[in-house]
Design a protein around this ligand. Structure first.
Ligand code: G1P
Length: 289
């Protein structure tokens, strides 16, 4: 299979990051100086995706506006000779073909994916959740796409999580099927730890086939009363093989306060322009404890 399209889900209400997400969509909150949505779009583009569908809820247009040129700002920076900042701004202008789909009611992740059905059409596609961002030797989505292309099958990102974290995620029943690769026999959304089939959690990167849409459309509300992507994926396992891939790299959960702070520090320590000062600051704070 060849995957050209990615669906980025940005329709959530951001309740986990209130009050900062009261007016500003949480997808525009920064990782240092770059909005999460741009970090995810750049991962998609670096993975070879050329068309992106962003699913938003009403009132979240600024998430998409971020990728439009701001000519006045560009002129201002140009006139003042601020080339470096200008280059930075230009990087966020139309990095791919970006279109929008709207989820008018908050009926769940699966329902949000379904809103991109028309834009995706009858071809395989990626799904990306901008709460999850990655620092990987190769882009996380690219790692999944390699497996999906070789096996000609859907693939989800997997990460082993602590028992105490299990009830936050979709958890899979996985059978080893090659290097870091697992065949998925089942999965359950947000189980109690004692009911979980394994400690492998699904992270917010998926490569899917278009037959998922009819399963989503027929989907009944599951965990939390929402139409769950995990339930449709579970139904898909009886039709075709689905794989999980234990990606190489670090994942940050931007929807969690400590995850959000960790991402700023983790990515900050990798920035040549910031690392020395940040490291010195961290050392000084730790030595005071
Ligand atoms: C969603 C999915 C869940 C997955 C998680 C990854 O949950 O429903 O299966 O494990 O993303 O971050 P949410 O974080 O939207 O509750």
């Amino acid at each position: 299979m060849k995957v050209k399209k990615a669906v980025i889900l940005a329709a959530g209400m951001g309740t986990r990051m209130l009050p900062s997400s009261k007016v500003i969509p949480k997808e525009l909150l920064p990782v240092i100086d770059t909005p999460a949505i741009q970090v995810v779009v750049e991962e998609a583009v670096a993975s070879g995706i050329t068309e992106i569908i962003i699913v938003i809820s009403p009132g979240k247009n600024t998430v998409v506006d971020h990728f439009k040129p701001n000519l006045e700002l560009e002129r201002h920076l140009e006139e003042r000779g601020k080339r470096v900042i200008l280059e930075l701004i230009l990087r966020s202008n139309n990095p791919a073909r970006i279109t929008v789909a709207e989820q008018r009611q908050p009926l769940g992740l699966g329902h949000a994916v379904l809103q991109a059905r028309e834009a995706v059409g009858d071809e395989p596609f990626a799904v990306m959740l901008p709460d999850d961002i990655f620092d990987c030797p190769r882009p996380c989505l690219r790692q999944l796409l390699d497996v999906a292309e070789t096996r000609d099958a859907p693939v989800v990102a997997l990460l082993k999580v602590a028992r105490s974290e299990i009830s936050k995620y979709g958890i899979v029943d996985a059978k080893a099927a090659g290097d870091r690769t697992y065949e998925l026999r089942g999965m359950v959304e947000k189980p109690a730890p004692e009911k979980a089939p394994s400690e492998f959690a699904i992270m917010g990167r998926y490569v899917l086939t278009p037959d998922i849409f009819e399963l989503l459309a027929a989907g009944k509300p599951g965990a939390g009363g929402e139409i769950q992507l995990t339930d449709a994926l579970m139904a898909l396992t009886s039709r075709r093989k689905i794989y999980g891939y234990e990606f190489e790299g670090i994942r940050y959960d931007l929807g969690d306060r400590v995850g959000f702070i960790s991402a700023q520090i983790g990515f900050g320590l990798k920035r040549p322009d910031l690392a020395d000062r940040l490291r010195a600051y961290l050392k000084s704070v730790i030595s005071q404890e």
